[in-house]
Ligand binder design. Sequence first.
Ligand SMILES: [Fe+2]
Length: 238
Amino acid sequence: MKKAYNRRVFLKDSSKAALAAGIGISMIPSVVAAAAGNEFEQQPLPYAYNSLEPYIDAMTMEIHYSKHAATYAKNLAEACVAEKVSPQTMSLENLMRNISKYSAKMRNNGGGHFNHEFFWKCMKPGSANQPSGKLLTSINQSFGSYEAFKTAFADAGKNRFGSGWAWLIQTSEGNLKIGSTPNQDNPLMDISELKGTPLLGLDVWEHAYYLKYQNKRPDYINNWFNIVNWDFVASQLK
Ligand SMILES: [Fe+2]
């Protein structure tokens, strides 16, 4: 079983990247962020790369986490240095809520980092269960049934043209809503048409599924419901 990507490996990889770029170790923003232990850094994956099989294969998870998501965190740290955003005085959520005041690099990588950290938590090995309690009641009230919710959520992912995310959110009025965002935008961002508190997020970028599913995004989405961590989703409900 492969070990989850951890901070030691992350620091080692960051160091390699810095050396390749000719940057001194003390100047690497991502390392500084990691040392500070803040939410702007990439957190350890809460399960092994191969633990979501057969629905998501180990190689996809490894590349997704250690390459794609790690790069968002690294680039976010660089943008924070350039635009004087300090993790000590700014929360990641607040940065999202004020993202229109920052650069495209901050928007793309800040969103990319937030979204992926959220995405890992939305999944759990062997949790082929369904929502229950207050969450199930809210889903039934908003969409009619769990099956109707699944269909609408899957459609949001299938119909997102190009790269982006499907979301279940809670609006400021307390209602549940399904939608999608392009690229690495998310419903917390002030520039997003879909606005609310994310409860569940699904990455529909090709890098999330192409090795196993190729062009069959609908198959990836349908299988993904087998590994949704409904306990985490319920914990985000207000
Ligand atoms: Fe991704």
